[in-house]
Design a protein around this ligand. Sequence first.
Ligand code: WQD
Length: 350
Amino acid sequence: MTNLVLVTGGTGYIGSHTVIDLLQHGYSVVSADNYSRSTAATLDRIEAVTGQRMINHAVDLTDLAATRELFARYPSLSGVIHFAAFKSVPESVADPLLYYRNNINSLNNVLACCAEFGVRDFVFSSSCSVYGNVEIMPVTEETPLPEAESPYAHTKQLGEAIIRAVAAARPQDRFILLRYFNPGGAHESGLNGEVPLGQPQNLIPNITRFGAGLQASLTVFGTDYPTRDGSCVRDYIHVMDIAHGHTLALQYLAQSRNSANCEVFNLGSGNGVTVLEAIHAFERASGLKLNVTYGPRRAGDVVAIYADNNKARNLLGWQATRDINTMMESAWEWEQRLAGKGMASRKAGT
Ligand code: WQD
């Protein structure tokens, strides 16, 4: 059995940090990423951290023939980690078909190729957004899934349902669904982090870019929610903790510790943090005082969500080792490095 893993979306934010963790734990990695939301510069950053130059194939995974051609080149894959997807809640509200086409068609093609080429282990990049607006916190993996609050979240719910159906039809293969909460932060080496193309949608890059003077304002979307300070509650989880969760998931399967052939795990810190608290954590980390703008609620946002992560802790041996303060420190250090390299003001597609 080789330990060669195909990582789709391997030059993206979570994908590249996972590749680093896999390489540092003895795996070999090949990536499939069409650079729609990343650039080849990520390969340099992965090499700077690990000393290893990953091969990426700029394949459109919504093209079945091209996806098959890729799999045929690697007949000894031991597993696939499928990150490749778009992930912005507001963008999916504005352009739902972009999300259904990209996120679902690529998943279907990768699953079909895993079956055809005998790849046994599959780890899926799912999301806490599948939980939607739930009353009881923290959410466990058994929390019933309501109607999704956004097309993005719906593509993750559909993705999970497709994988469960495929797992039922392929009992010899093994599938893990990892529901990330809100990823943030950067690699502690300062050599890799998030490089949003164009205007970021997510809170943390907007905070760090505003702090770096790269954008004119930082808007808090809604302070009239039924939470302790009126702003939304999220479970911010360090990207390196999420990354290591993938390595542990593959090891869990390789050691046949799974009790079913399709299992789901929350990867969240277990702590709910409001938008305002996250901003204050950044101010402590950076020493800056941010003059934020208070705006209306954003379509598609859920009020509050944070994880019960006991299942991942107990079965995968996983834990969240970094908190919101460490996350903001690493995110701010990375933003300053980007500014120093003239990368921070990147426009989409450059
Ligand atoms: C968080 C909060 C915004 C920007 C993300 C990913 C999704 C999934 C879940 C992994 C919300 C508020 C934001 C800003 C703000 N992760 N906000 N001003 O929507 O929870 O989803 O985590 O799979 O892929 O997108 O994250 O960072 O966009 O928003 O006030 O400039 O911050 O309203 O309450 P979200 P987010």
